[in-house]
Every structure is written in C-alpha cells, then in structure tokens.
Design a protein around this ligand. Structure first.
Ligand code: NAG
Ligand code: NAG
Length: 443
C-alpha cells in the first residue's frame, strides 16, 4: 500500500512522483515468469485472467486522501491531488488499459513506459510494438506513455470504424468532383483547368497552348475559335484555312487577267501595258518612256500595246521631204502633174471592238483660201469599207469608223483633200496618209 506520500499542487508532477515512488522498488527476478502468482504492491493476482490486477485503493482504503484532496487510483498505486487538479485519465481513447505486466516482470515504470538498460523509464511505442488496439481502418499515434487511435485525414469515425468522407457531397468543386479514399479531386470541363485553389475552374487559353488553328486563334470562354486571314476561308474542319479563288468570283476583278494567289489575287496586263490602279491596264508609251529601240533616223510611233519605228524620211520619188512628216511633189517636176501636191504622214491608234459609228480622226485644211471649198475622200486603204468621211464644213471633215474592228490590225488610209476655187479655176489635191493601228484589246 502506498500512502499519499506527497500531495502535489498540480498534474505536472504526477508522473515525476510516480517514477520516484515506483523506481525505488527493487526489480524482481525474471527467470521463471510463469511460476509466480505474487503481485507487486498495488496489484492483486487475478486467477481468471492469470494477470496481476490493479487494486483500486481509493475504494478499498477508507479515507485514502484526507481533507480537500481527491483520490486518484492508478495502476499500482493512488494519488491524492487537489480537487482542481486536472488528471490525464483517458490515455487510450476507447481502448482498454494496456495489458498489465505479469508479476514476474514487475515494471518499475509508469504505464506506457519501460525501463531501459540504465533503468530509467522510456516511452513504449505501442504502435510500433503492436501493443495497440486500433482498428485496421484507424491510425495509431504514439504518445508519451500512451497512444491514440485516430482516423486518417479524409475519414471520419462512424461507430468503431473510420469511413471515407464523401467530400463531393459538400459541393467543393465548381465543375466536377471525384471522391477518392481519404480525399477528393476536382475536375473541370473541357476548355477549363483547375484554378490555384484546386476547386474552381478557369478558362484555358487554348490559343496559348497550341490550339490547332492554322492561321488565327481567338480564345473564348471554355473554347476557342479559328479564323483565317483575309483571302482565306475556314475549312469545314474549323481549323485549317483554304485560299479563296477570288478570280472565280467575278470576271470584272481585272481588266485583263486575274491571277489567284494564296490569300489574294492580282491583275496582270498584256505585254505593252502596265497595271493602273490594281485592275486596269494602261498602254505603255514606249516612245515616251524611252523603252523603244528606234534609231536616230527613225521616228517612234506608239500605239495600243506596242510601238513602231518608222523612217523619218518616208518620201518616195518624185516626192521630196520638206519636214519630218511632210513630202512634197515639186510642181516643176512633170511627174507631179497628176499627183497630189503633198503627202502628210500621220499615225493613230484605236482599241478593238469600239462601238460604231465612231469618230476617229478630224481632218483640217491647214491653209484656208477665201471662197475655197475643200472636199475630202478616202482614196486608198478602205477596201472593206470600214471607214467613211463625214464632211463637217468647207475646211474640215471627220473620219468615221463604220464597223467594229478587232486587232491587232493596221490600216493605211490615204485621205485626200481637194481644194477648189471655182472663181479662180483653182484645184489642188493633198493627201493625208493616215496609219491606223488597231490594238489587240479593248483597252
Ligand atoms: C493543388 O494541387 C496541387 C497538386 O496536387 C498542389 O501542389 C497544391 O498545393 C494544391 N493547391 C491548393 C491550394 O490546395
Ligand atoms: C464654203 O463653200 C461654199 C461653196 O463654194 C461657199 O459658198 C462658202 O462661202 C464657203 N464657206 C467658207 C466659210 O469659206
């Protein structure tokens, strides 16, 4: 029997006291453990369980503690403590007290402790030595002098067992929740990914993550859209882009030829033309631009789609040249008597398929004699009747295209002007030798 040797003010010194008291007892011989039925002080032999059983001194000793002290039974002894003292008396949770040491192994240490070689008491790891009674679903935690059975995170105790908590019932996840043993995981719908809190779902910018758009990518909430550059249209697959054949849409895109290119189109012009304002073709004046190959003795004549080098001196006998484009038949030469007194060379160019009748060239008498009358006619080069002359007045007339003509083609028309003055019995003839180039195109 242990009296209340010292009445301590608090629980802190409880174990220190017990260690002091029990450590003083002499260790028993452990050679023949089963032959003893004697128990150390504070225990009595229980024949049923074949173990030493603690004696509850608080019940068996009258007035075990005096005065205001309360009696605390403990294995192998008892304590008297102030009534306010907190006592650790539920060391094992639900578990029963650990098995008691048999009498042959008197443990001089408090429960949950055992003596080491130096005979000081060290904590017993009940979890490690399988001395606990935690359920397989529970986790064992060693404590100083004791142990604790608890449920792992994500489990909760229902009856004696730990049962997985279905966190998904608590709507932790913004989109989808997957319950896992002991935990849960949130999942997001396609196009979203878990936010930093692992619960909310944030839009994925697929465009930054290798979305399969061939040309342009636009992120949108939960998805993305592919778009194409100008001149392309989105393929049915929604990702790739097909070139638009603009040329097939309209034949008016280009004046001459439309050439489709990836994403665009361009207009081309025939040789001798240059592109004007992206779709029109404009004749290149090679004579102006200096592209021509005419020599010093030649004159460059531009026409629709090309140019011509003509000899500056085009006069043939008996005509003699009097200026760049003018040949004169001297009156002194008998051969000139029946010939037009002068031949003037002129050039002009028209496009194909002009609507008719079309005024193409105005002839004007250069010298006007009072009372003179000028008659105009086409003397040569009009065998098909493609042109006619419309007299305007005494001094001028208009060359008119009578039929639509298609080039490339060339007419050399001799337009004769006969000047008459009846009063003076004067009659003179001169010729305008007009070369008409008809271009190959309508422009
Ligand atoms: C989210 O999950 C990742 C990976 O499992 C983890 O590293 C991170 O700590 C979690 N964040 C939060 C806020 O729980
Ligand atoms: C035009 O010729 C007619 C006939 O010869 C003549 O009567 C008339 O005066 C002339 N007109 C001019 C403007 O010369």
């Amino acid at each position: 029997m242990l009296p209340c040797a010292s009445c301590l003010p608090g629980s802190l010194l409880l174990w220190a006291l017990l260690l002091l008291l029990l450590g003083a007892a002499s260790p028993q011989d452990s050679e023949e453990p089963d032959s003893y039925t004697e128990c150390t002080d504070g225990y009595e032999w229980d024949p049923d369980s074949q173990h030493c059983r603690d004696v509850n001194e608080c019940l068996t000793i009258p007035e075990a503690c005096k005065g205001e002290m309360k009696c605390i039974n403990h294995y192998g002894g008892y304590l008297c403590l102030p009534r306010s003292a907190a006592v650790i008396n539920d060391l094992h949770g639900e578990g029963p007290p650990p098995p008691l040491p048999p009498a042959s192994h008197p443990n001089p240490c408090p429960p949950g402790y055992e003596p080491d070689e130096q005979e000081s008491c060290v904590d017993v790891d009940e979890c490690d030595q399988a001395l606990h009674d935690c359920r397989p679903s529970q986790q064992c935690h060693n404590l100083p002098g004791s142990y604790q059975c608890s449920c792992p995170d994500g489990y909760r105790k229902i009856g004696p067992e730990c049962v997985d908590i279905d966190e998904c019932r608590y709507r932790y996840c913004q989109h989808r929740c997957v319950n896992l043993p002991g935990s849960f995981r949130c999942q997001c719908e396609p196009g979203f990914q878990l936010g930093p809190n692992n619960r909310s779902c944030v839009d994925v910018n697929e465009c930054d993550m290798g979305a399969p758009c061939e040309q342009r990518c636009f992120n949108s909430y939960g998805t993305f859209l592919c778009r194409c550059h100008q001149g392309y249209e989105l393929h049915r697959d929604g990702f790739s882009c097909n070139d638009i054949d603009e040329c097939s849409y309209s034949s008016y895109l280009c004046q001459y030829r439309c050439v489709n290119e990836p994403g665009r189109f361009s207009c081309h012009c025939p040789q001798g033309y240059q592109l004007l304002a992206t779709r029109l073709c404009q004749d290149i004046d090679e004579c102006e631009s200096g592209e021509h190959q005419c020599s010093e003795t030649q004159t460059c004549v531009n026409y629709h789609g090309g140019y011509r080098c003509v000899d500056t001196n085009r006069c043939v006998e008996p005509y003699v040249q009097v200026s760049d484009n003018r040949c004169l038949c001297p009156a002194s030469n008998p051969l000139c008597r029946e010939q037009p007194s002068s031949i003037v060379h002129r050039y002009m160019s028209i496009t194909s398929e002009r609507s008719v009748p079309a005024d193409v060239f105005q002839i004007q008498a250069t010298s006007v004699y009072p009372g003179a009358y000028n008659a105009f006619q086409i003397r040569a080069g009009n065998s098909q009747g493609d042109f006619y002359i419309r007299q305007i007045n005494n001094v001028s007339a208009m060359l008119v295209l009578a039929r639509p003509v298609t080039g490339p083609r060339e007419y050399v028309l001799d337009l004769e002007m006969v000047t008459m003055n009846s009063l003076m019995s004067y009659r003179a003839s001169s010729v305008l030798r007009l070369t008409v180039f008809v271009g190959a195109y309508t422009f």
